[in-house]
Ligand binder design. Structure first.
Ligand code: ADP
Ligand code: ZN
Length: 744
């Protein structure tokens, strides 16, 4: 009997809930998980204002997720009861332009909007508690019975002050129970207040740099762009050491004067102590730094202060592009050509391109800066889409380094060594003059391959189709793709021969070994992502170079980016051919950029300086253009080669990377993708082919390359293709890489 009653009650309760839901206002929420649809409807709670951009928490399947309200449309009729929003956060709403940006990135990269939303809401919501205080206030409702204590409380709670439960009780000389009683009757209510942290703001007038003529002209153009306050892209193209940073700081100053927020993207934010110091010198306060090495607390604080508009300038890595600015007025992408702007993995996007898109959506100026602009940006200038701002000479007439190629066929290093005698003798001179040299080799570790002299066995990774790299200082053979490692062996794992393993080829550690034999007593520093643990350490290392505590620096890519080493007068490139060998369409461009940047580290302060490039192909057009300092002809040639072949930016590329734990499953699916390709005369599908990295982390990989003319909608094409060939159940996965930079 009682069982029946209960059931009836349950039904009645459900009916009531349904009625209520029908009458409730519904809102569309962009959820921060990769869901099937971009947004879902929820019932808005009563009495709390919800607008577009409000950050909320909602139930989704069995979990709670954060999301952004994107539509606070009129009351709708729904066929079933809507689930209510579980929580409304007190943050200011996310700007409309950022919501548009999320949608754009999602559509362009073919990534679920939920994943992009997650990048925007990356910071959970833990910081809310810290940054808001609850304060008690008088509502105007008069209590049923007035007592002297109650009247004192009401008087205090009517003042323009913030009261906690205990402070109000104390001030009114009464108990907290009295406060609770008044709250129950609706006489007092809690209001949340944002408690901003005090952060010094950069001051545009703090210490302006006195600019040289060319610099002044460039700065004026950029400032005009800021004052115009509409979308534009300026390419600040100036040789290394021409003062690009000083020049764009003037644009930053201008945007600060306009009361706007500014975002500066750098390719390697962890390494930018020097940048922060310069910013401090110019503006008298530090910008907020946004990178992967921040503590969660720090991350939360910055995120929330950017959203409140309390942080004016953010310097960040690519993910800073997804910060919730309130009032963004300028985006700067420094070293815009840098491949580090390309994010690969779960989401594929190029932060440089997306920065331009964000600028476009927000209607604000974007500045791209580089000494070696990308072909894309050069072409955009040529076609009048970007404004060119050039700085043709180094600051203070410092000369560019004198570049020479050493033909390794004619000047070979002695057996087992990697420095040609010519380079060694130049380094000796540098050491005697107490100047610094830098040797560049883009290879971590000691040797890229370990080989058995008896049976020819090559030590390779169990999980990947790659060789294990010897890291002698750690006593390990290490896979650079999955992290698998084993102790450096004494015997061959195949034939068991002892003491017959040879290290083939050099990495930076091996160069350091050679240098320390050659230059006994010299102070040597190896800089690579292996040797520097963490941001603090690397800042310290860079500092020691600048202070002259190091004679010879041996480094990977890490040393090429944006540093000024005043006493560095010689840069030696150990192997200029590495990058030219891989067959991707950007090999020439990448090598040109990398070698220009690294040799550009020399001679920043006017002392005569040299760049030595060791190569087996001194007649290669890239090497020749470098030596002759003939940038223009390099760019012209490269553009002339790409245009008729519809290579980017004259055509479009997209890669589909299929992987799976079972080789045949991955291959079959890749083939079925190919068969599903719709017919389109302007689009060619190449592949599937086994990827160069055919096996990574125990997954077999196949690639398809989609190549179309500039006019095609490559996203639409892929959309249709994927709809016709859905990913099968099991381990197979497909990744979509629009505008691929890597072809491995
Ligand atoms: P880039 O970014 O083009 O490589 P930087 O902006 O780093 O060049 O400038 C190179 C060096 O010259 C820096 O040490 C910088 O402080 C200095 N410099 C450039 N312009 C000026 C200037 N107008 N006054 C003083 N120092 C300058
Ligand atoms: Zn591996």
């Amino acid at each position: 009997m009682s069982y029946c009653t209960n059931q009836k009650q349950e039904y009645r309760k459900l009916d009531m809930e349904k009625d209520m839901a029908f009458k409730k206002k519904s809102v569309a929420v962009l959820v921060s998980i990769p869901a099937a649809k971009p947004s879902y409807f929820y019932a808005a709670p009563d009495g709390i204002q919800i607008v577009q951009g409000t950050i909320v928490q909602v139930p989704f399947a069995s979990q709670q997720v954060v999301g952004i309200v994107i539509d606070d449309g009129p009351d709708r009729i729904f066929s079933k009861a809507l689930r209510p929003i579980s929580k409304v956060f007190y943050y200011p709403p996310i700007q409309q332009e950022l919501i548009k940006f999320i949608r754009f990135v999602s559509a362009y990269t073919l990534t679920p909007a939920g994943l992009i939303t997650r990048m925007v809401l990356r910071v959970p919501t833990g910081c809310e508690r810290e940054q808001y205080i609850d304060s008690l206030h008088f509502t105007g409702v008069v209590p049923k019975r007035m007592t002297p204590a109650r009247s004192r409380v009401i008087e205090l709670a009517s003042q323009d002050k913030k009261w906690t439960r205990s402070s109000l009780a104390r001030a009114a000389s009464t108990s907290q129970g009295v406060i609770d009683g008044l709250k129950m009757q609706g006489v007092l209510k809690t209001i949340k207040f944002y408690r901003p942290l005090v952060i010094p703001w950069p001051d545009p007038a703090y210490a302006p740099t006195i600019l040289e003529n060319d610099q002044r002209m460039a700065a004026d153009i950029l400032q005009t762009a800021v004052l115009e306050n509409r979308f534009s892209v300026s390419l600040l193209d100036g040789v290394t050491g021409s003062g690009k940073t000083e020049v764009y700081f003037e644009a930053v100053a201008c945007a600060l004067r306009q009361g706007r927020q500014i975002l500066i993207l750098l390719p390697e934010i962890a390494l930018t102590q020097q940048f922060l110091d310069r910013f401090y010198t110019r503006f008298g306060a530090l910008p907020a730094g946004w990178h992967s090495d921040l503590t969660i607390r720090c991350r939360e604080r910055i995120w929330s202060q950017v959203l409140h508009g309390h942080i004016r300038v953010v310097v960040g890595a690519r993910s800073a592009l997804f910060l919730p600015f309130q009032n963004l007025g300028l985006i700067i992408v420094d070293e815009e050509h840098d491949a580090a702007y390309k994010q690969e993995g779960r989401i594929f996007y190029n932060a440089r391109d997306m920065a331009v898109a964000r600028g476009h959506i927000a209607g604000i100026p974007v500045i791209l800066a580089s000494a070696t602009p990308s072909i894309e940006s050069q072409v955009n200038v040529a076609h009048g889409r970007y404004r060119l701002v050039s700085l043709p000479a180094r600051f203070a007439n410092a000369a560019m380094p004198n570049l020479t190629a050493i033909d390794l066929r004619k000047n070979p290093p002695s057996t087992g060594c990697f420095l040609s005698p010519l380079l060694v003798s130049m380094m000796k001179g540098v050491l005697q003059r107490r100047e610094q040299s830098l040797l560049f080799l883009n290879r971590r570790g000691y040797a890229p391959l370990t080989l058995c002299r008896i049976c020819g066995y090559r030590f390779s990774c169990k999980n990947c189709s790659s060789w294990l790299v010897e890291h002698r200082d750690r006593g390990l053979l290490l896979c650079h793709h999955c992290g698998y490692n084993q102790p450096v062996p004494e015997a061959c794992s195949r034939c068991g021969a002892l003491d017959n393993l040879v290290a083939c080829g050099p990495g930076v550690e091996r160069i350091a070994e050679e240098v320390s034999k050659e230059f006994a007593g010299a102070r040597i520093l190896v800089l690579s992502t292996d040797t520097v643990a963490g941001v603090k350490k690397i800042r310290f290392e860079f500092d020691s170079i600048i202070r002259g505590n190091v004679d010879i620096v041996i480094g990977t890519q890490l040393v090429t980016k944006g540093h000024n080493f005043p006493n560095m007068t010689l840069v030696g490139v150990i192997d200029a051919d590495i990058g030219l060998a891989n067959g991707d369409p950007r090999a020439a461009e990448r090598t040109f950029q990398l070698l220009s940047q690294v040799t550009g580290r020399a001679g920043r302060t006017g002392v005569k300086s040299h760049g030595i490039i060791q190569t087996y192909q001194p007649d290669h057009p890239v090497i020749k253009a470098l030596i002759m300092n003939d940038r223009a002809s390099f760019y012209t040639n490269e553009i002339e080669e790409r245009e008729p072949n519809y290579l980017p930016p004259f055509g479009k590329l997209a890669a589909l990377i299929v992987s799976g734990a079972v080789r045949s499953e991955a291959e079959n699916y890749a083939r079925s993708l190919r068969r599903s390709a719709p017919h389109a005369p302007e689009i060619t599908v190449l592949g599937p082919a086994e990827a160069t990295l055919a096996f990574v982390r125990r997954r077999y990989r196949f690639r398809l390359l989609i190549h179309g003319k500039q006019c095609v909608n490559i996203q639409e094409f892929i959309h249709v293709l994927l709809a016709k060939a859905p990913v099968p159940r099991g381990t197979v996965r497909v990744q979509i890489d629009i505008d691929p930079q890597s072809f491995l």
